[in-house]
Design a protein. Structure first.
Length: 358
């Protein structure tokens, strides 16, 4: 395997530590640990290593699947890695929808040949016909995330179903990273891909929407042959999900309605605040469903990186669009605490104003 550097993560590693204001994160602000019982008892081995059966069954119910069709993982990132390893080999081909979180195309590209299908700005629409054209005789996987990172676009159900049908017709799988799905309003949510049939694989976790990134708790749901192959790979990665993560995850799922309602309202209010800022300074964006806005760059800057570096100089971290292959944009995380977002926008206004002159 030859994996390319993870541009977004390296940017954040270089700039977010010690920044005065971090708007580079893509999830809702983390919940305080004291809202949960954090004593799991003895920190022994997790057996079975695919995760506690009762907890797997609770997750499986979301997809109308059984416990053996769910694998508990160390975050959604591991779930995506295992899904790729379980479905692709060097003779395979994958179709990946971009822009997206880099691992959703770099991981497949480290194993197999990849063709990218680009979303169409400014509404970031996905054309199923373009996916169909990209499919080859050896296509084994189609990959998207919904809602999309960085744009926040929710691909409508008919679009996702069309992609599922294309995967099924090609005897391939459709993998959907659905980690932002909990932040979408209930009437906006699309049916999970793993619920669509035997060719659907869903990955998710408790980081972005739940505000529990430090748990590193996620899952993969899909057909038995994929889950079994993913579990075989997991023996060589993290072996088992963390006991602590499972302990808190049970409590979070018990309080799902409360926690997600709180987080959605927090994100909605912050999205409105960022929307007012974007309108004031003439920055375009697609109204997002997640916790990130993909904003166009002010006229005074010739690239997303130039704008992002100017902001870093003023103590604010955002993510340049170059890390998503879109240099005319920056990704702004608005899931932070409200006062943090306000301070960050004030500093952004200063940078924009300073560049525009009096």
């Amino acid at each position: 395997m030859d994996i390319e550097p993870f541009a977004l993560e390296r940017w954040l590693a270089e700039h977010e530590h010690g920044a005065a204001v971090n708007l580079g994160d893509s999830g809702v602000r983390p919940l305080d640990a004291d809202r949960f019982d954090t004593d799991p008892g003895t920190l022994g081995y997790v057996v079975p290593t695919n995760g506690d059966p009762d907890l797997r069954e609770r997750v499986a119910d979301r997809y109308d699947r059984g416990a053996d069709e769910v694998l508990l993982t160390c975050g959604t990132q591991e779930a995506n890695l295992l899904a790729v390893l379980a479905t692709l080999d060097p003779s395979s081909h994958a179709v990946c929808v971009t822009p997206t979180y880099q691992s959703l195309y770099s991981l497949p590209a480290a194993v197999a040949d990849v063709t990218r299908v680009e979303l169409a700005a400014p509404e970031w629409t996905l054309d199923p016909d373009a996916v169909a054209e990209a499919i080859e005789p050896n296509t084994d996987l189609i990959v998207l995330n919904n809602p999309n990172n960085p744009t926040g676009k929710i691909h409508p159900e008919e679009t996702v179903e069309a992609c599922y049908d294309l995967a099924a017709a090609a005897d391939a799988y459709l993998l959907a990273d659905e980690v932002y799905r909990p932040l979408a309003a209930p009437d906006e949510r699309v049916e999970p891909v793993a619920s669509m049939g035997p060719h659907g694989i869903s990955t998710c976790g408790l980081s972005k929407g739940w505000g529990l990134p430090g748990l590193r708790f996620g899952w993969l749901a899909g057909p038995p042959e994929v889950v079994s192959a993913a579990w075989a790979w997991k023996d060589y990665t993290t072996i088992a999900p963390p006991a602590f993560g499972q302990h808190v995850a049970r409590q979070a799922l018990d309080r799902e309605t409360e926690l997600l309602s709180e987080n959605r309202e927090h994100v909605r209010r912050n999205r409105d605040l960022l929307g007012e800022f974007a309108a004031e300074y003439g920055l375009d964006w697609h109204l997002p469903a997640g916790a990130t806005g993909f904003l166009t760059v002010p006229d005074a800057f010739d690239s997303g990186e130039a704008f992002a570096r100017a902001l870093v100089d003023d103590g604010v971290v955002v993510v340049p669009g170059e890390t998503f292959g879109r240099p005319g944009y920056v990704r702004v995380g608005f899931g932070a605490e409200r006062e943090t977002l306000r301070e960050g926008l004030d500093r952004m206004a200063t940078v924009i104003g300073g560049e525009r002159g009096p």
